[in-house]
Design a binder for this molecule. Structure first.
Ligand code: AMP
Ligand code: ZN
Length: 444
């Protein structure tokens, strides 16, 4: 399989490190000069851009957290005037709570380059027809893959997500050879292919699947590969850093090659903030090295994994992020949407008649995620007439939909019926087991 950008993807590691250092120095100066938030933080830490003399010196710089983006909603961390910003994306969430990201024209071009590389590594060439079943819109998935695949010269079918029967029809009619979406949606598409009486081997032309945006296990990979008769690869990214395209697997399927000329990856102990030993598991902290609109420093992803720097059989020399093994926080990803239990709690605290006792149950039925919420009501409401309970239920479901962008299955339950815990309340039951076996998954 051809390598999209051999000059970078096969660069000697010593040269790559030099390149990273040069870009890091430039980026730190750029950030210090253009983002008052960082200037203030660096001044507090008494660190100046000139203090960054080696890649290890990155540890002198402050971390950035998701809450920093929210606190500076919407454009407070942007380093360029808005006239230079050509695109905005955002995560779901109420106004003031979502994370908003911006791109200059050059950011968009770089993004396309990153995605072109990971898609090529996953087997895609200009001869392919790719159906993109990621949502197009504020979510970065659809547009991110679109521009990268277009750069390769792929024929794109921008189907967006949803309407699965139509997806299957389009795949059949247009002869898609590549499917791009979340792994859970791929499983659902496979179910519908079967329901439609189609045999993927004979009736479809699919060869490759590029999946990401949520955690998935090796057993899900096997199931998708079998049910759709494809080779399925994993890719990783997040809106704060660019969107998809931070890293992606090659056909060896043993870790996701990092676009290291664009990102410097650290692995830290989430408790101490210190680097773990090379190859050990920890939280990924990622610094984009040449973003113009939103150049973050040391972004704490909350994702747990390991990074491997051993040479890969594919010939690329870039480091690889192994499969994501969990999160440091309780963020859930439900149908590709990031859900924080705190968002749910905030809604509940605002509704009269409910007690602050709730249980979130996430499960997958017919390969579609659903979120069930049990909420205790107070005595006076519980013994009230049915009509009032139904009204209360509708009100909560509506408010949650506005905040999360997801329809929640709500169950109002009797006072004191949710088990009280002795220590930290266990408020989430995730039955999907998305990180299954990841901790002992094959190592590079
Ligand atoms: P978003 O910014 O909405 O795209 O969400 C980014 C988050 O999705 C990341 O921080 C991860 O927790 C998760 N994510 C993205 N890609 C993957 C992947 N390939 N495997 C596991 N989790 C992923
Ligand atoms: Zn490889």
């Amino acid at each position: 399989m051809p390598i999209w950008n051999p000059a970078i993807e096969q660069m000697k590691r010593s040269e790559l490190k030099e390149l990273q250092l040069a870009k890091l120095k430039q980026n730190v100066k750029y950030v210090y000069d253009n983002v008052s938030f960082y200037r203030k933080k660096m001044d507090e830490l008494k660190v100046k851009p000139e203090d960054i003399k080696s890649l290890e010196d990155i540890r002198k710089l402050p971390f950035t957290k998701k809450s920093d983006l929210r606190d500076n909603y919407p454009f407070g961390l942007f380093a360029t005037p808005m006239k230079k910003v050509v695109r905005i994306h955002a995560s779901s969430g109420t106004t003031g709570k979502s994370t908003v990201v911006g791109y200059t024209r050059r950011d968009i071009e770089n993004w396309a380059e990153m995605v072109a590389r990971i898609a090529s590594a996953a087997g895609v060439t200009e001869d392919d027809i790719a159906q993109i079943a990621f949502g197009y819109g504020l979510f970065t998935g659809g547009f991110g893959l679109h521009y990268g695949l277009e750069k390769i010269g792929v024929t794109i079918v921008p189907a967006s997500s949803g309407n699965t029967k139509r997806q299957v029809q389009l795949m059949q009619d247009f002869g898609a050879t590549v499917l791009v979406c979340t792994p859970s949606y791929a499983l659902h598409i496979a179910d519908v292919v079967k329901e439609c009486g189609l045999n993927p081997k004979k009736d479809l032309k699919l060869k490759f699947g590029l999946f990401g945006a949520e955690p998935w296990s090796e057993s899900i990979r096997k199931e998708i590969e079998k049910n759709l008769n494809i080779i399925a690869t994993d890719n990783y990214g997040m809106s704060e850093l660019i969107g998809p395209g931070v890293a992606g697997e090659c056909l060896e399927k043993n870790g996701m090659h990092i676009n290291e000329d664009f990102f410097f990856v650290e692995v830290i102990n989430p408790e101490t903030g210190e680097w773990v030993k090379e190859g050990e598991k920890g939280e990924l902290v990622i610094t984009p090295l040449e973003k113009e609109a939103l150049p973050l420093l040391r972004y704490r992803t909350g994702d747990l994994s390991k990074v491997c720097y051993e040479p890969c059989k594919c010939g690329r020399t870039t480091g690889r992020i192994m499969k994501i093994m969990g999160r440091t926080d309780d963020m859930l990803i439900v149908r590709g949407v990031n859900v924080f239990p705190s968002q749910i709690e905030e809604v509940l605290l605002d509704v009269e008649g409910v007690a602050p006792h709730y249980l979130i149950i996430v499960d997958r039925k017919d390969n579609i995620d659903y979120l069930e919420l049990w909420v205790e009501v107070v005595d006076s409401i519980f013994f009230d007439e049915m009509k009032k309970l139904v009204e209360l239920e509708e009100k909560i479901v509506d408010r949650l939909f506005t905040v999360l962008g997801l329809k929640v299955k709500l169950k109002l339950v009797e006072p004191k019926s949710i088990e009280r815990s002795q220590g930290k309340a266990k408020r989430i039951i995730d039955k999907r087991d998305v990180y299954e076996n990841q901790n002992n998954s094959k190592n590079c």
